[in-house]
Design a protein around this ligand. Structure first.
Ligand code: ATP
Ligand code: MG
Length: 295
C-alpha cells in the first residue's frame, strides 16, 4: 500500500508543479504582451464614448444599446454584414443621424468629458470637431482644389490669403496629396481621380479644427493602389487624430485598426483589441463572421 500512496502523492506533486509552471508561463506570456503593447502604443486616453446608443428610422430600430469607448490616436474599425447598422452608428458620433427626417436617437455620446447632445453643444461645432469622409468622394466638383480645402475656413470667416494658403498647403500635405496637385491648385476638384478626390475630402476635413475623423467605407469606390494610399494615410493621421472607420474588408480592418467592434442586427456583439478579435474572438458569431461563414 505504502509505495502506491507515495506514487500517487508523487504524481500529484508533479501535477501541482506542472500547474504552477503553466500559470507562471501564462503570466509571463501576459507580461510580455502587455509590455510589448505599452512600449508600442502607450495607454491612450478616452476620446469618445457611446453609452446605450439606440437609433431609429421611423419605427424601424437600427441600433440597440450600443456601448463602446473610442481611444485617442487610435483607429477603431466597425465591421459587420450589410444592414447591421455600421453607417447609422458612425453617423451618431457627429450627430448626423438626427439630420435624417423621422429619425430618433436615445442614449448618449461623449466627446472627452462633454455630451455631444448637451444643449450648449452646437451640432455644427460637433461636426467640425468630429468630421466625416464618405464612401463616395464628395468634393465640390466645380470648385478648385484650393477652394475645396479652404471652404471650411472661409465659411468660418477667414479672409487672410496668407493664412488660407498656409492651411491649404498644410492640409494637402497631411492628406498626402500636395505633391500631386501643388502645380494645379486651380484645377476643378471634380477633375481628380477617385482616390485623389477622397484624399481631397480628407484634406478638407483636416483644414478645420478636426479631432476625430469618421470614415464610412472610404475605400470601397477605389482601386487597390488608391486604397493602399488611403490606408497609409490613415496610419499617418493616427499620430495626431482619432479615427473611426467602417469597412467591409476584414483585411483592411485588421491592417489599419487597433480596436474593432463587430455589429450584427444593430447589436454590438463584440468589442476588443483588433489583434484579439481577429485571432481569438470570444463570441462564436464573431468567429463565424470573420472566417467568412456569413455576411
Ligand atoms: N434613411 C433610412 N431610412 C430608413 N431606414 C434606414 C435608413 N438608413 C438605414 N436604414 C436601415 O437601418 C438599418 C441599418 O442601416 P445602415 O445603413 O446603418 O447599415 P450598414 O451596416 O451601414 O450597411 P451597409 O454595409 O450596406 O452600408 C438597415 O436595416 C437599413 O435598412
Ligand atoms: Mg453603410
Amino acid at each position: 500500500m505504502g509505495p502506491m500512496i507515495d506514487e500517487v502523492a508523487e504524481k500529484d506533486k508533479k501535477k501541482e508543479k506542472k500547474k504552477v509552471e503553466n500559470q507562471e508561463h501564462r503570466a509571463e506570456a501576459r507580461k510580455i504582451e502587455v509590455a510589448h503593447q505599452d512600449k508600442e502604443e502607450g495607454q491612450h486616453p478616452l476620446k469618445m464614448k457611446a453609452e446605450g446608443v439606440c437609433a431609429w428610422f421611423g419605427t424601424k430600430q437600427a441600433l440597440y444599446d450600443v456601448n463602446m469607448p473610442i481611444y485617442e490616436k487610435e483607429v477603431t474599425a466597425i465591421i459587420g454584414p450589410s444592414g447591421c447598422g455600421k453607417s447609422t452608428l458612425i453617423r451618431c458620433f457627429n450627430r448626423m443621424h438626427e439630420t435624417v427626417p423621422g429619425s430618433r436617437f436615445a442614449g448618449d455620446i461623449f466627446l472627452e468629458k462633454e455630451s455631444i447632445f448637451d444643449p450648449r453643444m452646437d451640432p455644427v461645432v460637433v461636426r467640425r470637431r468630429v468630421g466625416m469622409v464618405f464612401q463616395k468622394p464628395t468634393p465640390f466638383p466645380t470648385l478648385s482644389i484650393y477652394d475645396n480645402v479652404a471652404i471650411g475656413l472661409r465659411l468660418n470667416g477667414t479672409r487672410d490669403k496668407k493664412v488660407l494658403d498656409e492651411v491649404v498647403e498644410k492640409s494637402l500635405r497631411k492628406a498626402a496629396l500636395w505633391e500631386e496637385v501643388k502645380d494645379s491648385l486651380q484645377k476643378a476638384g471634380g477633375a481628380l481621380s477617385g482616390g485623389q478626390q477622397q484624399r481631397l475630402c480628407i484634406a478638407r476635413a483636416l483644414a478645420i479644427e478636426l479631432e476625430v475623423l469618421l470614415m464610412d467605407e472610404p475605400c470601397s469606390a477605389l482601386d487597390p493602389i488608391s486604397t493602399t494610399k488611403i490606408e497609409e494615410l490613415i496610419h499617418e493621421l493616427r499620430q495626431n487624430y482619432t479615427i473611426i472607420i467602417v469597412t467591409h474588408n476584414m483585411q483592411q480592418a485588421a491592417r489599419v485598426s487597433q480596436k474593432t467592434v463587430f455589429l450584427l442586427n444593430g447589436k454590438l456583439i463584440e468589442y476588443d483589441a483588433t489583434e484579439k478579435m481577429f485571432t481569438n474572438p470570444e463570441n462564436k458569431l464573431t468567429e463565424d463572421y470573420i472566417t467568412g461563414r456569413f455576411g
